[in-house]
Design a protein around this ligand. Structure first.
Ligand SMILES: Nc1nc2c(ncn2[C@@H]2O[C@H](COP(=O)(O)OP(=O)(O)OP(=O)(O)O)[C@@H](O)[C@H]2O)c(=O)[nH]1
Length: 689
């Protein structure tokens, strides 16, 4: 089966936006105008077709990225939905990892909002070329020019204004296209309403001429030959050449084309799709994908073409009620057919491609073969988790993995019945496969299941899905800070476990040392003893269990190296179990000797406040053990940035609201773990005890 479109006619794009800027509505409209969505879904009545999961529809926020294929001007556009809420960093990261370009949606009234900046910085990290769509031009207070100025100011980008709005607020009726110098006016607001090309309205003629001039200057600035032709002969580049120049600069990341419209009123979507085709990159514009060989640190590359060995990245695993496990994969090189066997190099296993699906917004199509640039869903893969590479078994490559953020908040979940307990274990196992930023552990002492995640909303969604999709009835505790424990100095212990159990004796002696490692190093074990292999393995098992709950307040132990330095065994009374028990006890003893401390997550907080409340905001942050790291002025607002312990940030949204009469806003992201001051640590310990 040949490919339907040449690779340069592919666009793999994401739509990114601050919550409520209109991402879902815009995506819906795109799917309608590209002809794949037969019935228009409205976010407001909860029938949006991109929102697959019930609770997404209820909350009206898009949580999971879904990849959808549609067609425009004989191009194949794959849309990877990208959530805008910081609690779903991992979702944003995994989308950014596999898309080639993005449309950023802004609310014309709110402009650049804090989370837009966060997502913008993440996109910078992945070098994703972007264009902007200033949405909600029909709203009272819509301010296109203000929004463009904010983009330059806050995001530090060079916005390239390609359209001017015609009319504002309820009179918004269309746009002036500054490349073709004509107007596009929508005669109706109904769905599917067509636009007409008209002359530029007289009252906009002067503004359009100025904006066109600014556009020309900005673009010509980027190309010497075109600039020379313009200066020497007064030749303005033809529309097509202008588009080609803009495309080059957009892909290079030097400019961000800006368009406007109102998704809700069905205005501006078709030209935006044109811009996706005209300005955002095709997979072959991005170049070869990089990875490394399975052994050693040799780098490997795969060019973006069908004849290269197959390489793809699984960027989302989800459970579908009809098809079972669906693994979304971006194909970077080569082709894959049903019946092929792929290698998951890190897991070491083979995966058989039994069924391959192409996802449209509300239908799926079984396909036999997929090509470079495609985004497909494999059905029924067994071992592959989010972030894994799949490749040609004869040409292994490991593509760069996603950054998985640290979970900083936790809840205890208690199943109500034995049957719930079983369902819950299955549910958490499956959800864990889908979402690498969720962690589950069982507290050894209390036997309680603890779920850790990125934020309150993240945990809410997990619990919600557990209840709905897996029918688990469970009591859920209040969210708490996910503390950690570590040691502050080296310590050595020599511990003997000797016990009489009935007529059997147990004996094991272990000698071990613990020492601190750098922040983020995790837990490292080394065996330097000459103990028999299964005894050392028993000790290792004991340590792995013991590290799950430290001696300060029972939190997981991190950034510690444990070395098994020696030990003793009896011919008859020793067993792996005896060594397991001995190592557990030895570890606890060593932790205490090594001056164990509690670590807490510090959050990077950014507050945008009118001048008047600046003093209160700073005073309040100080009261929350916050450390101010920066103060800035943007337009007429003040920006305060700081590091604040998560423990002091519960309920902040309400305090900030009352402090600023609802006018200040904030965003917050995990930064790093740091030791808790003694007095606070005593409080945490007292609560746990
Ligand atoms: N007036 C107006 N409202 C809009 C427009 N586009 C979207 N909305 C409304 O804004 C709200 C948020 O829109 P969504 O499309 O859900 O926004 P989103 O960015 O997908 O939001 P999340 O999924 O929560 O991240 C809804 O009530 C929409 O009806 C627009 O162009 N004009």
């Amino acid at each position: 089966m040949p490919r339907s479109h040449a690779l340069d006619r592919y666009r793999n794009i994401g739509i990114m936006a601050h919550i409520d800027a209109g991402k879902t509505t815009t995506t819906e409209r795109i799917l309608f105008y590209t002809g794949k969505s037969y019935r228009m879904g409205e976010v407001n009545d909860g029938t949006a077709v991109m929102d697959w999961m019930e609770q997404e529809q209820e909350r009206g926020i898009t949580i999971t990225s879904a990849a959808t294929t549609c067609f425009w001007r004989d191009h194949r556009i794959n849309i990877i939905d990208t959530p805008g809420h910081v609690d779903f960093t991992i979702e944003v990261e995994r989308s950014l990892r596999v898309l080639d370009g993005a449309v950023a949606i802004f609310d014309a009234v709110a402009g650049v909002e804090p989370q837009t900046e966060t997502v913008w910085r993440q996109a910078d990290k992945y070098g994703v070329p972007r264009m902007a769509f200033v949405n909600k031009m029909d709203r009272v207070g819509a301010d296109f020019a203000g929004c463009v100025a904010m983009m330059a100011d806050r995001l530090g980008v060079r916005p390239l204004v390609l359209q001017l709005p015609i009319g504002a607020e309820s009179a918004f009726s269309g746009v002036v296209d500054l490349i073709a110098m004509r107007a596009l006016v929508w005669k109706a607001e109904t769905l599917g309403a067509e636009f007409q090309h008209t002359d530029i309205p007289e009252d906009l003629a002067a503004a359009a001429a100025d904006a066109r001039q600014a556009l020309l200057e900005a673009v010509l600035d980027l190309d010497e030959a075109a600039m020379a032709a313009y200066l020497d002969r007064g030749e303005e580049p033809a529309a097509d050449s202008l588009r080609a120049l803009i495309r080059k600069a957009t892909i290079a990341g030097t400019v961000v084309p800006v368009l406007c419209g109102s998704a809700f009123r069905n205005k501006g979507i078709q030209p935006m799709l044109d811009a996706v085709v005209d300005f955002l990159p095709a997979p072959n514009d991005i170049g070869a994908v990089k990875g490394h060989a399975l052994a050693g640190d040799r780098t490997e590359e795969r060019p973006a073409n069908d004849s290269a060995p197959f390489a793809g990245l699984a960027f989302k695993v989800m459970n579908d009620p009809y098809v079972g496990t669906l693994t979304f994969c971006r194909i970077y090189s080569g082709t894959v057919s049903v019946g092929d066997s792929l290698l998951n190099p890190l897991k070491g296993g083979r995966e058989k491609v039994g069924r391959m699906l192409l996802m449209h917004a509300n239908s799926r199509e079984d396909i036999e073969r997929a090509h470079t640039g495609d985004i497909v869903a494999f059905a029924g893969l067994e071992h592959t988790a989010t972030g894994d590479t799949l490749c040609d078994p004869t040409r292994p490559i490991v593509l760069e993995r996603l950054d998985v953020p640290e979970p900083v908040i936790e809840i205890v979940v208690e199943p109500r019945t034995e049957a719930d307990r079983e369902r819950m274990a299955a549910a958490l196992n499956r959800l864990g496969h889908e979402d690498p930023s969720m962690h589950v552990s069982v507290d050894r002492e209390s036997g309680q299941t603890v779920v850790r995640g990125m934020g309150e909303l993240h945990l809410d969604i997990i619990v919600d899905r557990m209840r709905r999709e897996f029918r688990v009835d469970a009591a859920v505790g209040a969210p708490k800070v996910a503390y950690r424990e570590t040691v502050t100095r080296k310590a050595e212990v020599d511990h003997t476990h000797a016990r009489q159990l009935g007529d059997r004796a147990q004996f094991a002696r272990v000698m071990l040392s613990v020492e601190p490692l750098a922040r983020g190093a995790g837990f490292v074990f080394e065996n330097r003893s000459s103990l028999a292999r299964d005894f050392a393995a028993g000790a290792h098992k004991g340590l792995e269990a013991a590290k799950e709950s430290g001696v300060v307040a029972g939190y997981p132990v991190v950034d510690v190296k444990v070395t098994l330095t020696g030990g003793d065994a009896h011919d008859i009374d020793s067993s792996p179990l005896a060594f397991e028990l001995a190592a557990r006890a030895a570890f606890r003893e060593a932790m205490a000797k090594a001056a164990a401390v509690l670590l807490e997550p510090l959050m990077r907080v950014e507050i945008i406040t009118p001048d008047d409340y600046m003093g209160d905001v700073i005073g309040d942050l100080n009261g929350r053990r916050g450390q101010i790291t920066g103060m800035d002025q943007r337009a007429n607002a003040r920006i305060v940035t700081g590091l604040v312990p998560l423990a002091a940030m519960f309920g902040y949204v309400n305090s900030l609201r009352s402090m600023s009469q609802g006018r200040a806003q904030y965003s917050m992201q995990f930064d790093h773990y740091e030791p808790v001051p003694q007095a606070i640590a005593d409080g945490v310990r007292a609560k746990v005890a």
